[in-house]
Design a protein around this ligand. Sequence first.
Ligand code: BG6
Length: 464
Amino acid sequence: MIYKDIRDFPEGFLWGASTSAYQVEGAYNEDGRGLSIQDVIDTHGIADFHVASDHYHRMEEDVDLMGELGLKAYRFSFSWPRISPDGRSINEKGLEFYDRLIEKLTEYHIEPIATLYHFDLPLSLAEKRGWSNKETIDAYVLYARTLFERYKGKIRYWLTINEQNVMINHANAMNGNKGLSKKELYQQNHHMFLAAAKATILCHELRAGMIGPAPNLIAVYPETCAPEDVLAAENWDEIRNGLYLEMAVHGRYSPFVLSYLKEKDAMFDCTKEELEIMKQGTCDFIGVNYYSTATVRRSKGDVSDLMARNGDQQTMVGEIGVYGGSENPYLETSGYGWKIDPVGLRITLRRIYERFHLPLLITENGLGAKDVLEKDGSIHDPYRIEYLKRHIEQLRLVLQDGVDLMGYCPWSFIDLVSTHQGYEKRYGFVYVNRDDQDLKDLARYRKDSFYWYQKLIADNGKEQ
Ligand code: BG6
């Protein structure tokens, strides 16, 4: 659709930025915090999560920078092991950090958007089989209740679980899930769905705000218009995206995915009561983490379906008998192998909105790159500005298409530990002076993209 006139962004659009606790906070063993699964992995020479960007100690300075940037919203995650070190008890000292963070955000009129769980499962729960064990569901609900009760009236937007679909579909790229069988993964998936549904019901009962999931969503394209390729694209789309949205929005399993799981001997155990709970715990909006799109072809039923490389959360995988991974010759690729597809963002958002009719909030989108700190303290990152600009252009069009889009929270507000490349791959508007091996002084520097985004927010998206 080519429009004659493009409307401005609506007043109140949430121009934001995102982070997650274990990737920025550091202070991994302070003030009663327990360990998470992320704290004990061998990072093979890249930065670990013990200090990260030292946000725990520099929170005031960081929020001052958010104020200067003009953010209208800040998406962060609570550190589960900081609040509940052993998955049962509650650590008052940990909560006090977030009291101060939320207070300070409020001073700047920055809307807090809080994720309950972003990859940092408490180690004590992991040692008891983590999400395979139903006790983890109870631990999550207790933790969620603590936060809802404490921050009711202060936090209006909650996200249940970050990228549950990545933890299941790209398990080998995730700390904690490597090597699990498909059956066990889908059992964990079921338990996470149940935990999210219970937290959602609780959030509504306590009138603590609006709540939704934050999956990593991609439009899936067929390699050609041959119906077999289109069908293969639908297979992967439903397994990777549809299942998670169908559950969050309607509290039910997607029929095709159930057939797929039976075919793959990966059907999970569940009870009627659990399915009933899921129907009641449906979300109010959908968080969307968007980085790229995928292209697939029909399955040939043999190993040629598999893309022959190790991957991360955006890598095409392929599955024998279901779909084959393919390439998209029309798209550029980032320095880290991720397809750059701004129009794909419009397609992704439209598909979700037309199927589910709920408000959407972009909870992640951004470009990981090697930034250079110049001698004068400047960081020139025109590639990031270009990336964000092209994606924001599509948001304007998506709004015109009629999608109810609440806001845009790019990844990330500040440099943080990238899940696979540490500090070599940076995303922030704010540079953190450290690298993987050397903590240096952890000082903050504004990148060119900081000033660019500052102006864009001040003009409510007009000036780019
Ligand atoms: C998302 C995750 O998948 O991608 C973030 O929610 C992550 O935690 C982001 O940092 C970027 O990926 P990476 O691997 O470059 O850190």
